[in-house]
Design a binder for this molecule. Structure first.
Ligand code: ADP
Ligand code: 5GP
Length: 262
């Protein structure tokens, strides 16, 4: 079988690593391309597991040698996918997931238009801020500047959602995992004729509902909350004001709605 290439992009902190790792527990034969990066390891990250960590000099050398299928500078650090990841997955007949930013996704789509692309959105800016902060705390660092930088970048990244075939809103984790699983299984079904057991009809429906062309109503509140769609009915999240707020809230997602923010 020719493996399917899945591209998954999302603003940092939206939960795509979590989704991919949950997916890989449920679905076999899905490889994850371990990217190269010049950023430092975070928390419990290990070289060769989450990323291959390297220096700028080494990254530049690899770049000049044509090692990378795609690469991009994100938050002042370089990230790249080695062509070898694709070759290894192909040789094993496995599907491959690339967790890459919107710039890298555009490069891969240009080279491989058959790739399946998925954009993951957080439900709203406040939930994203909470996830970024909680992750920083879990990693033993609290860097509100970094959280603010990533929060601000999120809006610009979400603006690219139209370039993606599927959209997931990672609100309730279990539901988003089931949707991601449905997308993978339904692509296998349509492209490879792979049987998806008795649940097949439901799986195909769930995946079809996540097609970008069928997602307008579902993503409208997210776009409004990030100030991408104008709405008179919903107040937008004030990124600056909110990031400067005292950390008086307990960063619970229970109050993830941002309508009461201003
Ligand atoms: P990304 O890979 O997109 O940067 P992560 O997978 O590291 O994001 O998730 C960021 C944080 O949000 C993590 O602490 C993770 O446990 C948490 N998280 C992920 N999905 C959800 C969800 N649906 N609800 C609440 N928290 C989530
Ligand atoms: P983080 O530092 O939070 O792990 O990732 C920051 C951003 O870099 C995320 O949007 C992530 O998808 C992206 N990224 C990770 N690996 C790669 C890669 O190999 N190529 C590109 N273009 N982006 C990557």
């Amino acid at each position: 079988m020719a493996g399917i290439l899945f591209i998954i992009s999302a603003p940092s902190g939206s939960g795509k690593s979590t989704l991919v790792s949950e997916l890989r527990k449920q679905v076999s034969s899905v490889e994850f391309a371990i990217s190269w990066t010049t950023r430092a390891p975070r928390g419990s990250e290990e070289h060769g597991r989450e990323y291959n960590f390297t220096t700028r000099e080494e990254f530049q050398r690899m770049l000049s040698e044509g090692v990378f299928l795609e690469h991009a500078e994100v938050f002042g650090k370089f990230y790249g996918t080695a062509r070898q990841s694709l070759e290894d997955a192909r040789a094993a007949g496995h599907d491959l997931i690339l967790d890459i930013d919107v710039q890298g996704a555009a490069q891969v789509r240009a080279k491989m238009p058959e790739a399946v692309s998925i954009f993951v959105m957080p439900p709203n800016p406040r939930a994203l801020r909470t996830r970024l902060r909680n992750r920083s705390r879990a990693e033993g660092v609290v860097d509100d500047e970094e959280v603010f930088r990533r929060l601000n970048a999120a809006r610009r990244e979400i603006e690219n959602y139209r370039e993606y075939g599927y959209i997931l809103v990672n609100d309730i984790l279990d539901r988003a995992v089931a949707q991601l699983e449905a997308i993978v299984l339904s692509e296998r079904y349509y492209r490879n004729g792979e049987v998806i057991a008795y649940r097949s009809r439901r799986v195909l429906e769930v995946a079809a509902a996540c097609l970008q062309t069928n997602s307008q109503e579902r993503i409208k509140p997210v776009l409004e909350a990030f100030g991408i769609l104008n709405s008179s009915s919903q107040q937008q999240f004030d990124f600056k004001k909110d990031s400067e707020e005292e950390n008086s809230d307990e960063d619970s997602e229970d109050n993830g709605e941002d309508t009461d923010d201003n």
